[in-house]
Design a protein. Structure first.
Length: 155
């Protein structure tokens, strides 16, 4: 199996397991660091907040599932953790969770002459995030967002 197929399979396994636990998969990182292969899984609750004990349980269960399915043919280090308060916002559900919160956006194409915007998410509809920036509502299509994260000073 090539690297992309392995990552896709790992993502499916982690996502399915987490969904059954009422959790969401935020990200999967599969990479070598020196001679060691690391598999990092970032999990969270849809509304945010996961405990260390939950991460430990997820680690144990996903490790067991991976051993049963025998996807990774070499030794690896599995780490499961919370993405933290400043987790990246990637999809519509992430932005919905951050309504009425301050978010910083890094855009692929400029809007109003800027590729970095910061404001309070007022709503999310279809594939557009509506952001209040100093009293003006700016429409940001999801496809234009390279990166976004909630700013920590308003948590």
């Amino acid at each position: 199996m090539d690297r992309q197929a392995i990552i896709a399979e790992l993502t499916n396994i982690a996502s399915d397991y987490l969904k059954n636990q009422g959790l969401v998969l935020v990200d999967v990182i599969y990479r070598y660091e020196g001679r060691n292969l690391f598999l990092r899984i970032f999990a969270d609750r849809p509304e945010g907040g996961i405990t260390i004990d939950e991460c430990t349980l997820i680690n144990t269960e996903i490790s067991r599932i991976l051993d049963e399915k025998d996807i990774l043919q070499e030794r690896y280090l599995l780490e499961v953790s919370s993405p933290g308060l400043d987790r990246p916002l990637k999809n519509k559900s992430d932005f919905l969770r951050c309504i009425n919160r301050m978010v910083k956006f890094f855009l692929a194409d400029s809007i109003n002459g800027r590729t970095e915007l910061e404001g309070v998410i007022s709503k999310v509809e279809d594939d557009v995030v509506y952001v209040d920036i100093d009293g003006h509502i700016v429409h940001i299509p999801l496809v234009k967002i390279n990166k976004a994260k909630q700013t920590l000073d308003n948590i």
